[in-house]
Design a protein around this ligand. Structure first.
Ligand code: UDP
Length: 444
């Protein structure tokens, strides 16, 4: 890398999953555009492709993780064991720098706390990036209260009931399992467990103004709300898997707004029954579909071996099945009329930024509260009430792409897209918040 005057390094420590790495790298691009040098300290597992980001410097921390380890176990193992390796590689890196270079701050994923300890030891300021939304953090903060009131004795019959004082959530939308882990994340959010001066939120004020304000009341950290991150500065590809581009020419041949794009993100997996229901639901919808099936995501198979035998014949060229795509490019394509999603937060933001309404099939974590908001508050999503059931899927695709109801949702989604565009322009809320973050980092 060429030396051009003094370096002000910002050290990024992403959590090694697609939905976490992407916003962290995008934040890196935005900060780089203002003159910071970017160092990314990452695990070997799920490491970003450094050749896609030639302006950044990458430090690899060795590990023995594999795709068989669950995300919660990996986060726990990182927090338990990675302080020493991170400290060692950062200290070595700093030794090699020129005397007038400095590390301005460490920005680490909200779910990782080991970088804070290193920041303290090396006397470097620390900031957290929340890759998830404020809604979920707020919903989490209610869960201990519900437990204390004995309201979480969960019979199936009460899962549909509305949670008192937490409109519009039902008990089934709340994160009731993985509770200890979730509360830890909440403590991280409100800053009582982490020595960070600020939290950067990968969210939009226009979507979450109230939830952010409520959380801010509980927190001593500064909040910066900066999204759409990917619209602030264009970034190199952040995909951890190879993107297939063949689907773009397939999309080019479809009518405007006619295609349902289907993807369940980078971690959700399916059993054979769900896969088969999805397949026949898409076949019965009679609409063109672009379906991402991530290799290894269907239990008991490598890729699509468990699709029904006559399915591909039956749908012919009306369906395009791929392993992984450039999702933002797909969502921006004029042929895409709807997104059937697991409602991961990045997917949700990307869909909103392209004005694409959604079919919501949440699985775990924050996806359920997001889906509830998409359908009841923002009015741009249809929830699948019975999960993967072919009849409901076929009807939902038609409602979204053909019926008047879907057109209305698209109109609202486009309104949000336009507001998001305004927020990153000069004077917009995201623009201002980003500049305030830059000033905050410069003040260290
Ligand atoms: N994604 C992609 N190509 C695909 C499917 C997904 O690039 O074929 C990206 C998508 O753009 C998003 C991320 O993977 O940025 C998924 O993150 P999200 O928070 O939606 O869900 P998660 O994978 O964390 O469950």
């Amino acid at each position: 890398m060429q030396k051009q005057g003094r370096h002000n390094w910002v050290v990024l420590v992403p959590c090694p999953f697609q939905g976490h790495t992407t916003p962290m790298l995008q934040l890196g691009y935005a900060l780089h555009s203002t003159g910071f040098s970017i160092l990314v300290a990452h695990t070997k597992f799920n490491s970003p492709n450094s050749s896609n980001h030639p302006d950044f410097v990458f430090l690899t921390m060795p590990d023995n993780f594999s795709n068989h380890d669950g995300p919660f176990e990996i986060v726990d193992a990182l927090n338990a064991n990675f302080k020493a390796p991170f400290k060692e590689c950062l200290a070595k890196f700093m030794e090699k720098q020129e005397a007038d270079d400095r590390v301005s701050c460490i920005i680490s994923d909200l779910v990782l706390d080991f970088p804070d300890d290193v920041a303290k030891d090396l006397n470097i300021p620390s900031v957290a990036l929340s890759t998830g939304n404020a809604l979920f953090a707020l919903a989490l903060s209610y869960v201990p209260r519900l437990h204390a009131q004995g309201l979480i004795a969960l019979q199936d019959s009460s899962l549909q009931d509305l949670v008192p004082d937490l409109h519009p959530f039902r008990f089934k939308d709340l994160p009731l399992s993985g509770f200890a882990y979730m509360v830890k994340v909440l403590h991280n959010v409100i800053g009582s467990k982490r020595s960070v001066s600020a939290v950067v939120w990968n969210t939009m004020d226009l979507l979450e103004h109230q939830s952010l304000a409520q959380l801010q009341q509980q927190s001593q950290c500064l909040f910066f709300t900066i999204d759409p991150l990917h619209k602030i500065v264009p970034s190199g590809s952040t995909s951890l898997l190879e993107e297939e581009s063949s689907c773009i020419s397939w999309l080019d041949n479809q009518a405007p707004r006619s295609v349902i794009y289907v993807s369940l993100g980078s971690t959700t997996s399916l059993d054979e029954k769900a896969l088969v229901e999805m397949a026949w639901g898409l076949a019965n919808s009679h609409q063109p579909f672009l379906w991402v099936i991530r290799p290894g995501s269907v239990s008991g198979s490598q890729w699509i071996e468990l699709l029904p035998e006559n399915f591909r014949e039956q749908v012919g060229d009306r369906g395009c099945i791929v392993k992984w795509v450039s999702q933002t490019e797909v969502l921006a394509h004029r042929a895409v009329g709807g997104f059937w999603s697991h409602c991961g937060w990045n997917s949700t933001l990307e869909s909103i930024c392209e004005g694409v309404p959604m079919i919501c099939w949440p699985h775990f974590g924050d996806q359920k509260v997001t889906a509830r908001y998409l359908s009841t508050v923002w009015g741009i999503g249809l929830e699948l009430e019975h999960g993967a059931e072919r009849g409901e899927i076929g009807r939902a695709v038609k409602r979204l792409l053909v019926d008047e109801e879907g057109k209305e949702m698209r109109r609202r989604a486009i309104e949000l897209k336009e507001k998001a565009e305004v927020s990153v322009r000069e004077g917009g809320s995201s623009f201002n918040s980003f500049n305030a973050l830059v000033e905050h980092i410069r003040s260290f």
